[in-house]
Design a binder for this molecule. Structure first.
Ligand code: DUC
Ligand code: ZN
Ligand code: ZN
Ligand code: ZN
Length: 473
């Protein structure tokens, strides 16, 4: 007797779709085939629907002290919002200050994430390389958390890794099978431009984006690529926003360098005209939002597979935190000073809906591409495949049933992320996750949440060098 059978759905893989039933027992997928209703305690009829492996989100910042703010969601709340968005595994970053041990910080983060209703993992973060922090890389690989984030900017915020740090962490990753993740923005270019804005005394929201132009990204990106080549390690470059950065990746790929490229839903759907609004501070994130043309160039990068990962970079702040350091003028309007706005946008729950609607239903990519970009490729690159990222016998029964015809108009009330605004307000979505299953248990169905606090499990990961070095997604 199985615990659950999902029948008559179209099972979606990264390169094909097949109509079949799935049988689940003890939290695992145990058989794929055709079954009768008396073979399970519970039947979910997925006729006319698509059955996806649960979404894997490797890029979010929850409960993360940054620029004086913390974020609007607890980890449990974040996991509820994730589940509604078809995500069944998420990863966050260890918090890091100078002098702290990356290993201890990852363990502390793991503890904080235990209240999650979905599975979770942690990335280390490196801001300095010395004999102590570098030793932690071995420990973190053994601990099942072999991915390490470095920021190439945010020097003033105290989280930038300088070039020597980056190179040493790369070298150590090469040695012990770790995988670095880079936020590529050139700190010298950004700081130079911010200084110019200060001199002109124009710190408007619009100027924020101008301080971090596309070359700011491309310069840091190419530096990261050549460092990676120099020590022969693979790397992940997160949240790429434009063609110039993608061209750096294209050149790297043409030379066979294993550079894995991510972009995020807000760079595909939100644009820099938001900075012209009075509440444009709500759209401040790094890198900044770009133009519709640049978004279309990102879609080109998804189509030609330069981009293989979609990460939300969810960093959800409510109005109070976004504006906490701003001052008001005599009319009660915020005085525009982008330096005083905490960076980050919400995006975890809308990641899959946006890819289904803007990607598949608008004819840009296939439904299989969506599974690859939001689940399979992420599980492969971040080292939790085939436990996650595929509907296969032996894999965790993390499953999402998708209705490609379901229409939803986005606004703050349809989302579950604890904030009082939605930058996607009014956006029409066609294609939505309907049922979310974690370890064989339904956690979202008919708009209701049935998951439990502390039900999520820590996912131990290890980087598969065959996948990484051969670029074999
Ligand atoms: N960018 C953001 O917008 N927020 C958090 C961190 C980052 O890199
Ligand atoms: Zn970043
Ligand atoms: Zn981020
Ligand atoms: Zn968004």
């Amino acid at each position: 007797m199985y615990d659950l059978i999902i029948k008559n759905g179209k099972l979606v893989y990264d390169s094909y779709t097949v109509e079949n039933d799935l049988a689940v027992k003890d939290g695992k997928i145990v058989q794929i085939g055709k079954f009768s209703d008396d073979q399970a305690n519970k039947i979910v009829d997925a006729t006319g629907k698509y059955v996806f492996p649960g979404g894997v989100e490797a890029h979010m910042h929850c409960m993360a002290p940054f620029q004086g703010a913390l974020g609007a969601n607890t980890f449990f709340e974040q996991s509820v919002s994730a589940a509604y968005g078809g995500v069944t595994t998420f990863m966050d970053f260890a918090n890091m200050s100078r002098g702290q041990s990356p290993f201890e910080q990852v363990k502390a983060r793991r503890k904080e994430m235990e209240e999650s209703a979905i599975d979770y993992s942690v990335h280390g973060k490196f801001i300095e390389a010395n004999e102590y922090t570098l030793k932690d890389i071995d420990k973190l690989v053994d601990y099942g958390t072999p991915t390490f984030k470095m920021f190439m900017t945010y020097k003033k915020e105290g989280v930038m890794a300088d070039d020597e740090t980056i190179l040493q962490v790369f070298r150590k990753c090469k040695e012990v099978k770790g995988l670095p993740m880079l936020h590529c923005e050139s700190n010298p270019i950004a700081e130079n431009n911010i200084r110019e804005c200060e001199e002109k005394n124009d710190l408007s929201w619009v100027n924020f984006a101008k301080c971090k132009p596309i070359l700011c990204e491309a310069e840091a990106f190419s530096r990261a690529v050549w460092f990676a080549k120099y020590v022969d390690t693979g790397i992940i470059v997160v949240h790429t926003t434009n063609k110039e950065a993608l061209d750096v990746a294209r050149e790297a790929h043409s030379k066979g360098f294993p550079v894995y490229v991510e972009t995020g839903p807000h760079y595909l759907t939100l644009f820099d005209d938001l900075y012209e609004r009075e509440d444009g501070y709500l759209a401040i994130c790094s890198p900044p939002l770009r133009t519709p043309k640049q978004a279309e160039e990102l879609w080109d990068g998804i189509k030609d597979k330069t981009i293989s990962l979609i990460g939300s970079d969810d960093c959800t702040f409510d109005v109070d935190e976004k504006s906490m350091f701003l001052e008001k003028d005599s009319e009660g309007k915020f005085i525009q000073d982008f330096r005083k706005v905490v960076n980050g946008l919400s995006g975890l729950e809308v990641r899959l809906p946006i890819m289904l609607s803007e990607g598949v239903n608008k004819g840009r990519i296939s439904i299989n591409d969506v599974v690859a970009l939001t689940s399979t490729n992420i599980a492969k690159v971040y080292g939790c495949f085939p436990q996650k990222g595929i509907l296969a016998v032996g894999s965790d029964a993390d499953i999402v049933i998708v209705d490609m015809d379901k229409e939803v108009t986005l606004n703050k009330d349809v989302l579950h992320n604890n904030i009082s605004y939605c930058l996607h307000e009014g956006m029409k979505i066609k294609g939505y996750p309907e049922t979310t299953i974690s370890h064989g248990k339904i956690i979202v169905e008919d708009g209701k949440f049935y998951g439990e606090k502390f039900a999520g499990k820590f996912v131990e990961r290890s980087i598969d060098q065959n996948i990484i070095q051969k670029f074999d997604l």
